[in-house]
Design a protein around this ligand. Structure first.
Ligand SMILES: Cc1cc2nc3c(=O)[nH]c(=O)nc-3n(C[C@H](O)[C@H](O)[C@H](O)COP(=O)(O)O)c2cc1C
Length: 370
């Protein structure tokens, strides 16, 4: 075993903490956003310390000859630095707890995760170069180190890659009781209706969809699909009571998420509104209508526009709730205001799709403030 002096030991401890933190950061789907953001900041601080400690490497950049190995190592180190900076930037933009930049960019969460995956590979290379550079002289250690590395990669695959794939490409199983149920919010004598539109219920899903479905599906314990906006609608009704209805289109959307995105794009360009079915005759018995919907192409989906077009909202309070993939409310609030003149008086709520299984408390706090 190589013996380290005090500064060498400090370096190793910092590197190990960084490694563990990075693994914890990859486990976002387990730890949730607040921990992820805080751990991200600590990680950035440690990256800065790591660079200061290893400043010698920077000082040597312009010196000596560059063989093939040195060229590759230098290129990877620069790529790693650029990747870390991009992770930090996208993380700050996408932050919902520590930073409130107010910037919304569709797909920023996905870009952040892709950058993190690239970072994982670059870090693995960075660590390998150091480990193998050292092992070359004492090649007896090679198999041991290789085994340790493979074990670490296997653990990573289990704790991060598989859950990540499950979260984004398979379905998320939720425990309906704990996700949807929570504190009740007193809403006076208001007669409340919660209306939601979601892809689920309006989509002709293929039978194998539970294995290959798109990102917006949550699965409850009865193995029924629940859409993101549906889950949020159920949270609202659970908190404030009243009735809940879904917006149902006559024509079903396509099973594939990406096909739906392209169909919706064509729909947006068309003036004609889709036909709705099984909708209430009128909304006479209600004075407060929560309308929960996914942001589609930066605005309200056409079926939501068709719903708003079908009823008279004068004298009612319409409260929009938007679920989205990073764009915030986009232009949807203006679109709702245009559609039901003057009825939107209260502060809308926007929820990032990745936060939906954990957002009941946020919904409660927002409801209390209305
Ligand atoms: C047709 C379509 C268009 C979308 N457009 C946007 C968009 O412009 N910006 C955004 O942040 N998310 C967009 N998304 C993502 C959805 O708003 C997000 O995944 C939402 O939570 C899905 O809710 P649902 O499961 O209730 O359908 C889009 C999704 C679809 C299917």
């Amino acid at each position: 075993m190589k013996k380290y002096n005090a500064s060498g030991r400090t370096k190793k401890v910092i590197d190990m903490i960084m490694g563990l933190l990075f693994i914890a950061l990859l486990g976002y789907s387990f730890t949730g956003a607040p921990f992820h953001e805080l751990a991200g900041i600590v990680f950035v601080v440690m990256v800065v310390i790591h660079n200061i400690i290893n400043i010698k490497w920077y000082k040597a950049i312009g010196k000596g000859a560059y063989n093939k190995k040195r060229k590759i190592v230098t290129a990877v180190n620069f790529a790693l630095a650029a990747d870390m900076a991009a992770i930090l930037l996208t993380g700050i933009v996408n932050s919902r707890y520590l930073f409130h930049t107010g910037i919304h960019i569709a797909g920023i969460g996905q870009i952040h995760t892709i950058l993190a995956s690239v970072g994982f590979m670059l870090i693995a290379f960075h660590v390998l170069v150091h480990a193998f550079g050292h092992a070359k002289k004492r090649y007896k250690m090679l198999p041991v180190m290789l085994m340790i590395l493979i074990s670490v990669l296997a653990v990573l695959l289990d704790v991060w890659l598989l859950p990540y794939l499950k979260r984004h490409f398979l379905t998320v199983e939720i425990d309906q009781k704990t996700v949807i149920s929570g504190e009740s919010v007193e809403f006076g004598n208001r007669k409340i209706l919660t209306v939601y539109f979601t892809r689920v219920g309006n989509t002709d899903f293929d039978s194998g969809v539970d294995a290959v479905s798109g990102a917006s599906l949550l699965l409850n314990e009865k193995k029924e699909f629940l859409g993101n906006s549906q889950v949020v609608g159920m949270m609202i009704q659970n908190a404030v009571g009243g009735d809940i209805v879904s917006i149902n289109t006559k024509e079903q959307y396509l099973s594939s998420y990406f096909d739906t995105v392209s169909v919706a794009s064509k729909e947006m360009k068309c003036r004609e509104l889709p036909e709705l079915v099984d909708m209430p005759e009128n909304l006479d018995g209600y004075d407060t209508v929560f309308i929960v919907f996914p942001l589609w192409w930066n605005t309200i989906p056409k079926p939501v526009e068709a719903f708003l077009d079908s009823y008279d909202f004068s004298g009612k309070s319409v409260i929009p709730v938007v679920t989205h993939g990073g764009s915030g409310t986009g232009r949807s609030i203006e679109a709702i205001k245009d559609a039901c003149d003057g009825a939107v008086r209260e502060e809308p709520l926007e929820i990032y799709c990745g936060d939906i299984p954990y957002c009941r408390e946020r919904v409660t706090e927002w409801l209390k403030g209305l």
